[in-house]
Each structure stands twice: as structure tokens, then as C-alpha cells.
Design a protein around this ligand. Structure first.
Ligand code: HEC
Ligand code: HEC
Length: 185
């Protein structure tokens, strides 16, 4: 009985110290993250955002860009990368608030923090794919797997290779490039 209590205590100590040592997770997943798969950025949670901003491409998780980028995007929706993505003023306002409340600098998820550390917010790009952090992570993928791959076509299609992009998962283990498979570098 005594050994049982001691070993339970030991397991508990190991688990809690492991969690404290690694602060590189989102607030929600601290402590019990060993039971979850680690998220890289917060998942998209707003159904209106998913509906309005997820009809032409995936609904990009807000923690992938600084607020200054989202602000620029949301004030130019009539000329949105060559498309018209204009919204009713009330919807535009609500979604802007949602994006700014969950932008990278407001998030403690590890990829959001990296994005902020590596971006000049005053001069932040309009695209995730133009962030220096993003370019750095993707510079070893040959063009035949991207633009010469009809199932991918562009790096903007995150979910072609990261199936759970909208839920905020980008880890190497989950990458599946269409026509190529898992990624082992
Ligand atoms: C009518 C279709 C359409 C709608 C609706 C739409 N987008 Fe887009 N979006 C596009 C196109 C087209 C691109 C450029 C894609 C490319 O270059 O491959 C794009 C690109 C983007 C990018 C840059 C992706 C990159 O390359 O890093 C972001 C961010 C983005 N959209 C956010 C939004 C947000 C936020 C909304 C909702 C307010 C929205 N989009 C609604 C068509 C749309
Ligand atoms: C052609 C497939 C492909 C597309 C499309 C793609 N990625 Fe990736 N991504 C990769 C690969 C492969 C890696 C790993 C690169 C390496 O480790 O050398 C990666 C790495 C990452 C990482 C770092 C993950 C880690 O654990 O190191 C993030 C974050 C990421 N991608 C986000 C995105 C986002 C956001 C988009 C869309 C705007 C996107 N990716 C589009 C293939 C892709």
C-alpha cells in the first residue's frame, strides 16, 4: 500500500513538473496537454467567420496573422486578392472584431508567438504566405509539389497539406502532401 502511494506521488510529480517546464503551449492546453495533440495556433471557433471567410478557401485561423494585417484585409474586401469578398457592414464589423481579438499578438499559442517575434507589425504583409516565418518553414518544398501539383496549386491552400489547418494543427507528423505523402525532412 505504501509503495503504491509513493509511486502515485512520483507519477504525479513527474507529470506536473513536465508541464511546468514547457510553457510553449496555448493557455487552454497547459497542464493536460499530454492528453491532447498539441495545437500550433488556436482553432477557428466562430461559425459566422467559418461561413463567410471559409467559402472560397479555408477559414484561416486568426492567430496566423498580426492584427495590423487583418485590419488591412478587412478594410479592402471589395478588392480581395482580385476577388470581391465584400460583406454587409454589420457582418464586416463583427468579423473584424473577432479577428482582432484572436490575432497572433493576442494569442499565447506557440506558432502565433513565433509569427509575432519574426514580423514587423507596422509593416506586416497581407498574406500569411508572405510572412518571413512562413517562407522560412516552406522554403524546402520543391515547386513540383506545390504549383505543379494540381491538388495543391498554391501554398495558400494550407489544408491541402495540413488536413487539420482550420483546427490549428500544423505539426510535421500530420503533413500529407497530395501525390507525395508524409513529409520527413
Ligand atoms: C469570393 C471568394 C473569397 C472570400 C469570400 C474570401 N476570400 Fe480570402 N482569398 C480569396 C482569394 C482568391 C485569395 C488568394 C488566394 C491565392 O492567392 O491562392 C484569398 C486570400 C486570402 C488570404 C491570404 C492567404 C495567403 O496567401 O496567405 C487571407 C488571409 C484571406 N484570404 C482572408 C479572408 C478573410 C478574412 C475573408 C472573410 C472576410 C475572406 N478571405 C473571404 C478569396 C476569397
Ligand atoms: C505543399 C504543401 C503545404 C502547404 C500548401 C502548406 N504547407 Fe505548411 N508545411 C508544409 C511542410 C512540408 C512543412 C514542414 C517543412 C519542414 O519541416 O521542412 C510545413 C510546415 C508548416 C509549419 C511549421 C510546423 C512545424 O511543426 O514545424 C506551419 C506553422 C505551417 N506549415 C503552416 C502553414 C500554413 C498556415 C499554410 C497555408 C497558408 C501552409 N502551411 C501551407 C507543407 C505545406
Amino acid at each position: 500500500m505504501k509503495t503504491f502511494t509513493v509511486s502515485l506521488l512520483l507519477v504525479f510529480t513527474l507529470l506536473t513538473s513536465g508541464c511546468q517546464a514547457d510553457d510553449d503551449y496555448g493557455e487552454h492546453e497547459k497542464g493536460w496537454q499530454f492528453l491532447h495533440k498539441q495545437r500550433d495556433v488556436a482553432a477557428v471557433e466562430d461559425p459566422l467567420y467559418r461561413e463567410e471567410c471559409g467559402s472560397c478557401h479555408l477559414a484561416y485561423p486568426p492567430g496566423l496573422l498580426p492584427g495590423s494585417s487583418w485590419k488591412k484585409i478587412m478594410t479592402r474586401l471589395d478588392n480581395h486578392f482580385g476577388d470581391n469578398a465584400e460583406l454587409e457592414p454589420a457582418v464586416q464589423k463583427r468579423l473584424t472584431t473577432y479577428l482582432l481579438m484572436h490575432s497572433a499578438e493576442r494569442s499565447d499559442y506557440r506558432r502565433s508567438r513565433r509569427i509575432i517575434r519574426s514580423t514587423n507589425e507596422a509593416n506586416a504583409p497581407l498574406r500569411i504566405t508572405e510572412l518571413s516565418y512562413f517562407k522560412h518553414e516552406h522554403n524546402e518544398i520543391p515547386p513540383r509539389l506545390i504549383k505543379d501539383n494540381e491538388k495543391v496549386a498554391s501554398l495558400s491552400n494550407c489544408n491541402a497539406c495540413h488536413p487539420r489547418a482550420e483546427q490549428g494543427f500544423f505539426s510535421d507528423r500530420e503533413i500529407r502532401i497530395p501525390g507525395y505523402g508524409a513529409w520527413d525532412d
